[in-house]
Design a protein around this ligand. Sequence first.
Ligand SMILES: Cc1ncc(COP(=O)(O)O)c(C=O)c1O
Length: 378
Amino acid sequence: MIYLDHAASTPIHPEALEVLQSSFAQDFANPSSPHALGRKTLEQLESIKKDIIKIFQTQEKEIIFTGSATESNNTIINHFQAQGKILFSEADHPSITAAISLEKKCPALHNTTGDLDWDRLENQLQEHGKNISLAIFTHINSQSGVILDYQRLADLLKQYAPQAFFHLDFSQTLGKWPIPSELCRAVDGLTLSSHKMGGPKGIAAHLIPKGKHLTALLKGGSQQSGRSSTIAFPLIKSWHKAILINCSSSNCWLQMKEQTQKLYLQLKNKIPEIQFPFETNDCSPFIACFILPLISSDILMRHLEMEDIYISTTSACSSRHAQENPVLAALQVPPELSNNVLRISFSNETSAAELEQFAEYLSFCYKQLKSLLKKKRK
Ligand SMILES: Cc1ncc(COP(=O)(O)O)c(C=O)c1O
């Protein structure tokens, strides 16, 4: 099997799975319980929290665990849209775009290579900056792979909307990108996801400034500030293991960059008509988005599936609505090509041999389907 859909979800790392299994058996006590078992779990939890915060090299933030990145993004948006408008991108994940009510939307636009249109954004901020309570963006766009220049955005916000909370969705970044020390000085909040980086599903988090109280989505026991529900400690312990494994290897980004560049070359050599619409931008080497004109991406995906190769067309949450995909529209993909977009995404475990095999089979499939199409047209 060749699995190239890690941006949707990765398999759990074997060591994280081991921790999960043993923690489910041993750490069953509720960390909010006052007895010795509860206190023991709480102690472990506090130590894990400190560890994660240390990775972000900050003393000013605290971590709130949630059930998913969707929950974290929704919590942030729910809190701030009561206070003003929200600057965001329609090219971002639906956990952001669908959570903002229409009258609060202040969408930033993109140019044709997937980057923000910075001139238009500055004009927009000059006009509406005072009314913006939240700017929320993904750091690495899950469709295009384009990396947001968050420092540039932070500087613009400081100038035109200093009151705005700046939140970055880090779901596609954690465990892949070396975290710079200035990150937590540039942004106010971060969304983190476990199952995109070798941790278990059902756990995520947001970092927010210490002492900041957000409106809870669910009413209940307030186990964490602004978040009710019993803390899923075994999931957190397992995720922590995945974080230790994946955040300690600082050269995985460079290694993957080399592999991806090689793959791009191979694909361009084998399929001259292939288009990489976002490649001129600063992109994550873990996500490659490309267009194959003539053959629909669904057909190609199904053919690859028959060979036990798994790729995606668009992000998992938008893939059922490919016809009117708002992410592709916001990324300026011409509507006539929106059914020809494919996305492949990698983990730290993806090997050069797998990518080579994929390139080989994709070009074989594409050529076969193209010749069938030609015959049919004759
Ligand atoms: C950037 C980004 N944010 C948020 C999410 C939502 O994650 P989940 O479905 O785990 O809540 C995803 C999932 O694909 C994503 O890519």
